[in-house]
Design a binder for this molecule. Sequence first.
Ligand SMILES: Cc1cc2nc3c(=O)[nH]c(=O)nc-3n(C[C@H](O)[C@H](O)[C@H](O)COP(=O)(O)OP(=O)(O)OC[C@H]3O[C@@H](n4cnc5c(N)ncnc54)[C@H](O)[C@@H]3O)c2cc1C
Length: 338
Amino acid sequence: MTSVKVVVVGAGVIGFSTAVCIAEALPSCSVTLLSEKFSPDTTSDGAAGIMFTGEFPDIPLERQRLWFKDSFDHLLAIAQSQHSPEAGVMLSSGWQIFKEAPADKFPFWSEFVIGFRLMTDRELRRFPDHTFGQAFTTIKCECASYLPWLENRFKRAGGQVQQRKVHNLQELGKSYDIIVNCSGLGSKQLVGDTQVYPVRGQVLKVEAPWLQHFIRDGDGKTYIYPGIHGATVGGTRQEGDWRLEVDEGDTKSILERCGRLEPSLSKAKVLSEWVGLRPSRRNLRLEREVVQLQGRQVPVIHNYGHGGWGVTLAWGTALDAMSLVRQCLSEKPARAKL
Ligand SMILES: Cc1cc2nc3c(=O)[nH]c(=O)nc-3n(C[C@H](O)[C@H](O)[C@H](O)COP(=O)(O)OP(=O)(O)OC[C@H]3O[C@@H](n4cnc5c(N)ncnc54)[C@H](O)[C@@H]3O)c2cc1C
């Protein structure tokens, strides 16, 4: 039987997770991943990769809970296996602290991370500007290791990889039966989505092996995440800002803000600086449409717009996207004739 040709566009954490899920779960498909850029040059590569999330306002919370749970279970299994160092996935414990208690003291994901609890007054004493905090163990997934690891897993499942910029979906209409769009911010141009926009983030990598716990200010702008290769300290959240250059003013501000949370950082050596653009959208887009391409009706599955939570939600949303591909197959059993 001729296999159904599926193309996944995008080699960030969303593209590779989705490609692996399809290639492993749907053996009747032959899967090709096309992308302009690959690791180490994607946004995903520089993400701190800490697992927790905000809420998309118009997506049912049940669906978001499942995305988080599926992702957490998947990464936890890796963190607790022999693959952990190679895949760059590790458990990470620490604190999220707030100047004032948030409305939602127990966010929806709190039941999935490990040992979630409110911080005691004694613990909070160390952060004199903050009055409320949450302590928990979550996962840190470092994409500079995780993406190559996923790529190997994809190839083992029979997937093929090609470097190529796709200018519009018409280019793919003749060669593929199903298109899966995981192009992140690239969707602005690729599918003309005016709702996707950048939120600029600048971070530094520092050498501070004595730091064992993460510290995150609940405003999401200041954080210290110890990892396998140094600690990531940040950051910025600049909406609509497309600049990819390091801003010296931001560097100064990051070191000053993080130093207030963890004074010992003044002794840490700065290893590198990095800027990435979070592919943001009011609600991430995970849906199927049918598009007329080269005279054929081609199903297109979109999976992009994860903003600051893409590493966290990658596996859960990839499973969802894979289910949409499966639906296309079941609706058209004679897919090969497409
Ligand atoms: C500073 C910073 C810190 C972050 N920290 C965290 C964190 O702690 N936890 C978390 O969960 N998330 C975090 N994020 C967010 C996370 O990085 C993103 O949500 C995630 O990387 C999005 O993945 P993606 O695959 O959609 O996009 P990308 O990684 O940008 O990948 C998009 C891919 O599509 C390709 N592409 C685009 N257009 C085309 C085209 N026309 N043709 C071919 N290929 C194309 C690109 O080349 C690229 O390979 C952070 C982001 C930043 C900037």
